[in-house]
Design a protein around this ligand. Structure first.
Ligand SMILES: Cc1cc2nc3c(=O)[nH]c(=O)nc-3n(C[C@H](O)[C@H](O)[C@H](O)COP(=O)(O)O)c2cc1C
Ligand code: SF4
Length: 421
């Protein structure tokens, strides 16, 4: 069952407006134009679609809140920053079926009463940027964008904006600051962007994959969508499978698939012997072979002590040094911390230093306690999700592989051949 990749996986599909129209593209928008905004919201509510950018917030609620706001102008923003290591699904959508996202944003604008939208696209996505630029021009030429669209009273325009090359700019409030031309640093929440967003106006901000589900929901109805997957997590999910797996890639599957099925059936098994899994990128807690039977939906992964996030499933085999993995995660978050709040700014720096000491043979068993304490403080007191999740992987590595961690510190050297330590 494909919802998001239904066109992309068709032989000969080109992704331009002719291909898109041939597959029934923009019919969802034409249908939406004849519906009342509340009817559109009702279908999305019935679909039980939740955001695919990581936080799994109900999409309908965001749209409904924005629609109810009496402040104008309102805005629609598509988050195409895709900075989480191991995530590459949005790029596939944007490069191969850009009109799907444009159509969803237009439907969103019509529903909430917005006349302007932005796509905040990752700075390194040069090809996707060019493809989107062309797609916007095509949509304008065909009057799906512009003034009085298809003879209606509704006008909508979309502007492309290149991201600032920072992981934190994917966080919704940092993204909005960056879009406003400021340094990309997160704002205090609440107020949430739905009420006080771009230029302090009501703004619906959704992930690329979230938007890409909307046209099919409008065409086939919310009930149809909610029957895919499981009652816990409706619809399909795009999983980005990478790391030590035989067939890495982006797989769209009903959200009730198990981790084991994803690895075995789609990934054709682990390369080597399985050691650990990061189910939601480097911000998530590590899972092991004991958790292979969990279903890959948001509540189940959370119940197993981790998070699905944007669906970046990274497989780690037993040739990898777990302390090296923790060190790399620590370096990533230290590099990406925006420095606005002390717990994250100082905590990520201190963590990096601790790992530098460990790898230079200066580690101490008390480092384990210190890392746990740092994780707790950063989780409780950091201003945004980056700092809150920065030591998740490190903490879970300490807890799930205590022997290897301690052995590493006391032997002062890693016995694994491919570990650089
Ligand atoms: C550090 C950080 C980075 C994020 N990066 C992204 C991103 O690249 N793309 C994305 O859609 N959401 C990202 N998010 C989540 C967004 O803040 C936001 O929840 C999401 O875009 C909302 O869209 P959704 O409701 O459709 O999921 C990030 C969050 C944090 C804390
Ligand atoms: S948690 Fe980190 S990234 Fe977020 S505001 Fe604080 S310093 Fe910046």
């Amino acid at each position: 069952m494909k919802v998001v990749l239904k066109n992309i996986e068709k032989r000969g599909y080109k992704g331009n407006i002719d291909s898109y129209l041939k597959e029934g593209g923009y019919n969802a928008f034409k249908k939406a134009l004849k519906m009342k905004p509340d009817q559109i919201l009702f279908e999305i509510k019935k679909s039980k679609l939740v955001g695919r950018g990581g936080a799994a917030f109900p999409t309908e609620l965001k749209w409904e809140f924005a629609k109810k706001c009496k402040e104008y102008p309102k805005y629609v923003v598509c988050n195409a920053d895709e900075g989480e290591p191991g995530t590459f699904k949005d790029r596939i959508i944007l490069e191969n079926d850009p009109h799907l996202v444009l159509e969803a944003m237009i439907i969103c604008g019509f529903t909430v009463g917005a006349e302007e939208g932005f796509i905040y696209i990752r700075g390194e996505y040069f090809k996707a940027y060019e493809i989107l630029k062309r797609a916007i021009e095509e949509a304008e030429r065909n009057n799906f964008l512009g003034k009085n669209i298809l003879g209606s009273n509704f006008s909508f325009k979309i502007t492309l904006f290149r991201g600032a090359g920072s992981y934190v700019c994917g966080e919704e409030t940092a993204l909005l600051d960056s879009l406003e031309g400021k340094k990309g640093q997160s704002r205090v929440k609440p107020p949430f962007p739905t009420f006080v967003g771009f230029k302090n106006k009501p703004t619906v901000l959704n992930n690329v994959e979230t938007f890409a589900n909307i046209p099919e929901i409008i065409l086939k109805g919310g009930d149809w969508f909610s029957q895919i997957g499981s009652p816990l997590s409706c619809g399909t999910k795009l999983y980005c499978l990478s790391g030590d797996v035989n067939r890495p890639g982006v797989y769209e599957l009903p959200a009730n698939i198990t981790l084991k099925e994803l690895i075995e059936k789609c990934g054709q098994g682990v390369r080597g012997k399985l050691k650990a899994i990061l189910p939601g990128g480097v911000s998530s807690n590590l899972l092991t072979d004991k958790e292979l039977n969990i279903t890959l939906d948001y509540p189940s992964v959370q119940k197993a002590g981790s998070m699905l996030g944007s669906g970046a499933v990274i497989i780690i085999n037993d040739s990898r040094c777990i302390v090296d993995l923790a060190k790399r995660c620590a370096e990533f978050f230290d590099y990406e911390s925006c420095g606005k709040c002390a717990p994250c700014r100082e905590g990520t720096k201190r963590t990096r230093e601790i790992f530098a000491n460990i790898t230079q043979g200066q580690g101490n068993l008390s480092d384990i306690l210190l890392l746990k304490e740092l994780q707790e403080v950063m989780y409780d007191t950091s201003r945004c999700g980056l700092g809150q999740a920065a030591l998740n992987a490190v903490r879970s590595i300490i807890e799930k592989f205590p022997g290897e961690f301690k052995e590493h510190i006391s032997k002062k050297k890693c016995k694994l051949k491919i570990c650089p330590m």
